[in-house]
Design a protein around this ligand. Structure first.
Ligand SMILES: C[S@@+](CC[C@H](N)C(=O)[O-])C[C@H]1O[C@@H](n2cnc3c(N)ncnc32)[C@H](O)[C@@H]1O
Length: 224
């Protein structure tokens, strides 16, 4: 059964005929405003059909944002900047939170859905955030390492794509930093944790940070 868009859905089926991870959603973009609380303040953003959770701040994303520790203080990388990553940004709740909390850092908002990318750009501009780089995955320079990765990853793309994606991005944590992933328990959070433990290199360790409302928040830490 397809849940109504205004109910907590986690990474649940979309009411739209498009998958939320379609590069160019075929449905018309029904744009509207949504007022939500991000980084402790009320903000109004733009959302649209054809993307993930357009009707509300997703419950899994809420669990992630409530569970993560503070972002690390700025410790500029080799290029003089601190880079943070929101992997699978959708309309941008995670990237916008990071950018509001760390105006001194560069936040990479990455997605394959062009409509989502357009919305994050507009939302960053609305909120006066000049520190968000909104790009497709292949447009992040290969030498950028991250001081934090936060993600509500696209479980429904299938295991192979999901695994490739995580093996591509998680090793790009700087030494001594962490990634946090929120995954619905009944969509395989525990098996994903076991898989990551087996397949990530020994410098990266996986543990469970939190469990709430049917979601797990997994922590992937790179040794310092
Ligand atoms: C579960 S949604 C989370 C969206 C948003 N972060 C939120 O919390 O509302 C996952 C997102 O990952 C995106 N995605 C799918 N495949 C991807 C890939 N290969 N690389 C980056 N993002 C991808 C989807 O388009 C979708 O927007």
């Amino acid at each position: 059964m397809t849940p109504p868009p205004d109910l907590p859905a986690g990474d649940a089926p979309e009411p739209s005929p498009d998958h939320y991870f379609t590069a160019q959603p075929a449905s018309a973009a029904e744009r509207r405003e949504l007022t939500v609380r991000l980084a402790g303040r009320e903000v109004t953003v733009e959302v649209a059909s054809g993307i993930f959770s357009p009707g509300r701040l997703d419950l899994g994303t809420q669990v992630l944002l409530r569970s993560v520790p503070d972002l690390p203080p700025a410790s500029p990388g080799p290029d003089g900047a601190t880079h943070l990553l929101d992997l699978g940004c959708g309309w941008g709740p995670v990237a916008l939170t990071m950018a509001l909390e760390r105006p001194d850092a560069t936040v990479w908002a990455v997605d394959v859905n062009e409509r989502a990318l357009d919305l994050v750009r507009r939302n960053a501009t609305r909120l006066g955030l000049g520190n968000v780089r909104v790009v497709r995955p292949e447009d992040v320079p290969a030498d950028v390492l991250f001081a934090a990765i936060w993600s509500n990853p696209p479980i429904r793309v299938g295991k192979e794509v999901l695994h490739d994606m995580l093996l591509h991005w998680l090793p790009r944590l700087e030494p001594g930093t962490e990634a946090y992933l929120v995954v619905q328990r009944n969509l395989g959070a525990d098996s994903l944790m076991a898989w990551l433990d087996e397949h990530l290199d020994d410098e990266l360790s996986v543990s469970k940070l939190a469990s709430a409302k049917g979601f797990r928040v997994l922590e992937v830490a790179r040794a310092g």
